[in-house]
Design a protein around this ligand. Sequence first.
Ligand code: FUL
Length: 484
Amino acid sequence: MRIYHRLFLYCTVTMIFFTSCLKEVTPPQVILPVPNEYQLAWHELEQYAFIHFTTNTFTGKEWGYGDEQPSIFNPTGFDAEQWVKNIKEAGLKALILTCKHHDGFCLWQSKYTEHSLKNSPFMGGRGDIVKAVSDACRKYGLKFGIYLSPWDRNSAQYAQPEYITYYRNQLRELLAGYGEIFEVWFDGANGGDGFYGGARETRKIDNKTYYDWANTQSIVRELAPKAVMFSDAGPDIRWCGNESGYAGDPNWNLIDVDSLYPGKSHINKLLNHGEENGRSWIPAEVDVSIRPGWFYHENEDSKVKTPENLFKIYMESVGRGANLLLNIPPDQRGLLHENDIQSLKEWKKLLDKTFALNLAAQAKVTTDSYRGKSKTYAASNVTDGNKETCWATNDDVLKAFLEIDLAKSQKIHYVIIQEYIRLGQRIKAFDIEVWKDNSWMQVAKGTTIGYKRIIGLSPVDTPKIRINFTDAKACPVISNVEVY
Ligand code: FUL
């Protein structure tokens, strides 16, 4: 009898154990807003190149007035593959080209204007730089994006309704004629005065109404459904509020579009930080030039940003969950300058050296709390190299830690944390501690995380690290942790 009793008990315990393992734990709630598929793909690009090239390259100006003669545009050594190869080697994943800057000169054979390379000596007037660059991007596996300046200082029609038709016609030419476009860049700059077909006057427009953005945006959605659109006010990607190379800390991917029209004095700060309770997912892009100007000027050859400058910019853009759009302007030959290439190469080396060996990959990760005690949300998911798996806590647990055991003392410099943003941006505050002299010592404090956060530490020797999530909008959902 006793043996049956024992067997019964054993079977019951085993059954309870297995049913609890199989029990489905509900996934964490989505915290709105969340990114769409194209925004998610954009986040993963992290860093890409901007190319500013037009008549300014030959006049030395930053903003062409619009009266430049097309005949001055003559890059005799133009080689799009030289641009793209160097950009790719630098670890940049895409390229956005100024197809038309404020001066109105078009780098393609637009049907709608004579102010283009059609009337330049370049390739006997038969060249198409947009085509050459987009082809080179495809050949080397970079994504291609376009910049088409809404402000046009050459066009006689600018500030009149006819110009909007002209602008949209050009947008259609670019979106339909050059393969897949990943991003469309709508510049908000408008200085007023210009050539305007010979009028040489100041023309003012109302930024909010003149361009009728809703209808222009629907052209992009129709012809390039995968493209994200950048402008100060989105709709998909926002400006970071400065051209010096940094996203805010905190940096929320959320913002209210209504709050983004000029007139608000704190608009640049708002763009820089986003809003914790913003109603739209509109992440920040950090646009900055490798030189003081956006266009190439010979007298800036000695002012190219150093690899260390670029590393700092990387840490304050990508490292704060924004994307980096790094401008590298071709020179009058139509080539990226040797100094710029040198700096890019050294920067890439610095990044590769810094993030060479992920100490967390082989480490044991534990936590004080995980969702429903289910393997699906176990701490080890943050180091499995799979961005679709994550660690999460129960809905009511907003504070919890991840502990990374390195097995032996190692010198650590950087910690990378990524939220599973498909479920929304949640973390508001965290800190990092290291095990030192038999107790925990705080070495860093942070605010938001988002797609990616890279925290630089004063190098410290330690056998284990703790990331304490101390405040969040909802339970933490973390997909990746790396230690270097
Ligand atoms: C600004 C423009 O005025 C600059 O010339 C440059 O194109 C920069 C990226 O955006 O608004």
